[in-house]
Write a protein that binds this ligand. Structure first.
Ligand code: PAF
Length: 268
């Protein structure tokens, strides 16, 4: 089995699905519960808190580190997306992760790969209006990862709240026997949600805490443009029937600083 220890971290690292399955089979033979945290790497405290959340529900946690090309449009930041595998391995080990799965693109998308998954419902609108390719790519890679890892539970960050609901719907619709758990958003002291893409921001780009609920307030705080601010039902992202917010709600926003596009949301 091609199974290496990632340098200083002493965290086992596998790159192939067959090696991954052998590790999981060993844990299953011991009667252990398996948790899973999918990531695109460039890890920060937000990801580590997802690992800790997974450890509350499982005996062993696997984190994947894979910058998934199918969820990026050709014009987006696939090439410059931050990559720091050795550091990621150390961080994962420090959080108690038991295995890092870092497949190559050819392992995930071999020659001739031609399957697409289209999710409706919560995938409609909001992010899809601005990144129409994204949830299709996320749906394919997450379905593959869940089938490869076969975890009992998987944890997704609430920061990407629409993605979280898309995954829940996908897992329900496709009868995948996996509990999907939300991990709370971790914020900087100034309120900015932790994101791997925050690495693109220069100190001068940093803005005050963002709980704004209106375009004008976000623009006034320093963003160049706002793609949307929407108050929706937290459960399914449907619009409220009237102006009255009569059920748990989520304020979701996407805004741009220079070439960097960020999303955020908060419960109200
Ligand atoms: O949220 C992310 O980091 C990615 O969309 C995910 C879920 C790892 C799929 O590539």
């Amino acid at each position: 089995m091609a199974f290496c220890m990632s340098s200083a971290a002493a965290l086992p690292l596998v790159r192939s699905v067959s090696d991954l399955r052998k590790v999981v089979a060993g844990w299953r033979a011991e009667g252990l519960r398996v948790g899973f945290v999918p990531t695109m790497g460039a890890l920060h405290e937000g990801h580590l808190s997802l690992v800790r959340t997974a450890l509350q529900h499982a005996d062993r946690v696997i984190a994947s580190v894979f910058v998934n090309p199918t969820q990026f449009a050709p014009t987006e930041d696939l090439d410059r997306y931050p990559r720091q595998e050795a550091t990621d391995a150390e961080l994962l080990a420090s959080a108690g992760c038991g295995l890092m799965f870092a497949p190559r693109v050819s392992e995930m998308y071999p020659e001739g790969f031609s399957t697409e998954i289209s999710v409706g419902g919560p995938a409609e609108g909001l992010e899809t209006e601005f990144r129409p390719q994204m949830f299709g790519g996320v749906a394919v890679v997450v379905t593959k990862l869940l089938n490869q890892v076969t975890p009992d539970v998987a944890v997704f960050g609430e920061k990407d709240y629409q993605q979280f609901l898309v995954i829940k719907r996908l897992v329900r619709d496709l009868d995948l026997p996996i509990s999907i758990i939300a991990g709370a958003t971790v914020r900087e002291p100034d309120g900015l949600a932790l994101s791997s893409r925050n690495a693109y921001l220069s100190p001068g780009d940093r803005i005050p805490a963002i709980e704004a609920a209106a375009y004008a307030e976000i623009l006034a705080a320093g963003f160049d443009a706002v793609d949307y601010v929407a108050i929706r039902r937290a459960e399914d992202l449907r619009r409220f029937a009237s102006d009255r917010v009569d059920a748990p709600a989520r304020v979701l926003t996407a805004a741009r600083i220079g070439a960097t596009r960020l999303i955020d949301n908060t419960g109200v």
